[in-house]
Ligand binder design. Structure first.
Ligand code: ADP
Length: 470
């Protein structure tokens, strides 16, 4: 089953959006190219026609000027007519003197008015589909007006033909753009769709899914993020399974013991106070073990969720450490000794309750794993520059092997070796310590040598004794 969107907003498909925009852009670009082409080519061609009529006009005017006769040489006009130009010679009043072409009276009137109002004795203008150049001339002893015209139709035909070609090319380019944009959008969304399908499989618990195959950088980044999510989900799923298996296993033993000893009290030792006390003590110890286990599991989930937010405040670390050590006082009855070297009145800023859990766990472990001499060394010392306070908890036990060292901070990790355990342990203690100290960004670690013991340490920031304002 696919997840449904909660809010049913009508969303556009990436596919369509890319396709439409790409096509629009291509069409717009082609239109722009066509327009620029039209303007540029028209200007160039019209410029060439203008040059042609002007140079022909100047040429003819020059030859007329140097003619010794009043009669005009017809052959001169013919030469230009053959080149497609129309040449006219008028008197200054507008009467035709010489031409091979036809002109309407209204055009002649227009010409005469233009040349008489022209500032220089010449004028260039386009009219009725012709490019015209008119200039005053002298022929023999007479004065007149010369007009050279060229039909712009030729230019327009050329532009029209070119536009037709351009249109055909544009249509082909547009079709190619359609095909490319369609394929591209399909390819892009295919990748997204594959990822979405894989994400659904992941949601259904298939952790073998690999989001690796991506065609583009951004998609590859998305794949990496999804692979990361997959690994994290898998880790937490593994942890959920592992913790369930371990906790149920750990719950079984004390529960069996409690049941067995309760039955013994009921059936056998009820009347014998000595035996009964012994059996009841086992029940009490096992109940404590259960409580410890449940608390640790609760703490792990608290530390790993937002409920585990840290609540910083300034407190007296020296006094706080003493109060915890006092709770371990009962161990003296079993021959344990706690050797302390603690500087007075050291203050730090941290979450007091959570730091309590850290110290409790470290002390508990040291007691659990210390050697035959049953001694644990606790020190709290200010650094030379006074900026840090180091708490060290050292035992004289077997130490931790190099292979185990990196793993001891993992949830539910326990080294294979058996230890005498006067304080209950669940394999969760150090993972809680690690999570709390990481949340505080405090430095911590362990130095351990096999056969000599281990020393767990934490560096707290030292602060002045002035407590935080409420
Ligand atoms: P546990 O409840 O098993 O003590 P922890 O998370 O506190 O769980 O510790 C994890 C493991 O690290 C222990 O099982 C033990 O193997 C090792 N360990 C912790 N503290 C010490 C120590 N002081 N000396 C030797 N090994 C230790």
């Amino acid at each position: 089953m696919k997840p449904e969107r909660v809010k049913k907003v009508k969303l556009k498909s990436v596919n369509n959006v890319i396709f439409i925009y790409f096509c629009l852009l291509s069409a717009l670009l082609l239109l722009l190219v066509d327009l620029v082409f039209y303007v540029v080519v028209t200007n160039i061609l019209e410029g060439q026609v203008s040059d042609r009529v002007v140079s022909a006009g100047a040429d003819i005017a020059m030859q007329l000027k140097h003619s010794p006769y009043d009669e005009v040489d017809k052959a001169l006009f013919d030469r230009y007519e053959k080149d497609g130009l129309h040449v006219f010679l008028f008197t200054t009043e507008g009467e035709i003197v010489e031409t091979e072409s036809i002109i309407s009276q209204s055009d002649v009137n227009d010409l005469i008015s233009r040349i008489s109002s022209a500032s220089e004795n010449r004028v260039l203008y386009s009219d009725n589909g012709f490019m015209n150049f008119a200039t005053r001339v002298n022929y023999g002893s007479n004065e007149g007006v010369l007009l050279v015209s060229y039909p712009l139709e030729v230019v327009h035909n050329t532009i029209g033909a070119m536009q037709l070609y351009l249109l055909a090319i544009s249509a082909v380019v547009l079709v190619i753009a359609f095909i490319i944009s369609y394929n591209f959008s399909q390819k892009l969304t295919r990748g997204l769709k594959t990822m979405s399908d894989k994400a659904v499989c992941l949601a259904h618990g298939d952790y073998s899914i690999d989001f690796a195959d991506a065609d583009y950088k951004e998609m590859a980044q998305l794949s990496d993020s999804l692979n990361f999510v997959r690994d994290e989900v898998k880790k937490s799923e593994d942890f959920r399974r592992e913790i369930l298996a371990n906790v149920t296993h750990d719950l079984k033993t004390p529960l069996t013991m409690i049941k067995a000893y309760a039955s013994m009290v009921k059936e056998i030792s009820g009347d014998d106070p000595e035996k009964r006390d012994k059996h009841l003590q086992v029940i009490i110890d096992e109940t404590d073990r259960l409580t410890g286990l449940v608390n640790d599991v609760l703490n792990v989930s608290k530390v790993n969720s937002n409920i585990g937010e840290i609540n910083l405040k300034v407190f007296n670390l020296t006094e706080f450490l003493y109060s915890i050590i006092n709770k371990f006082g009962y161990l003296q009855n079993s021959g344990y000794s706690l050797m302390i070297d603690i500087d007075g009145n050291l203050y730090t800023r941290a979450d007091e309750e959570k730091i309590g859990q850290v110290i409790y766990n470290l002390l508990g472990n040291a007691v659990n794993y210390t050697g035959e001499d049953k001694t644990v060394y606790i020190s709290l010392k200010s650094s030379l520059d006074g900026s840090r306070i180091r708490l060290s908890v050292r035992d004289t036990g077997k130490g931790i092997s190099k292979e185990d060292l990196p793993n001891i901070w993992d949830r539910y990790y326990r080294s294979e070796e058996n230890h005498v355990r006067p304080v209950k342990g669940t394999g969760l203690g150090l993972s809680i310590v690690k999570a709390i100290l990481q949340k505080h960004s405090f430095d911590f670690g362990v130095d351990s040598e096999q056969g000599k013991g281990s020393c767990f340490w934490v560096d707290f920031p030292a602060v002045s004794s002035i407590p935080d304002e409420p």
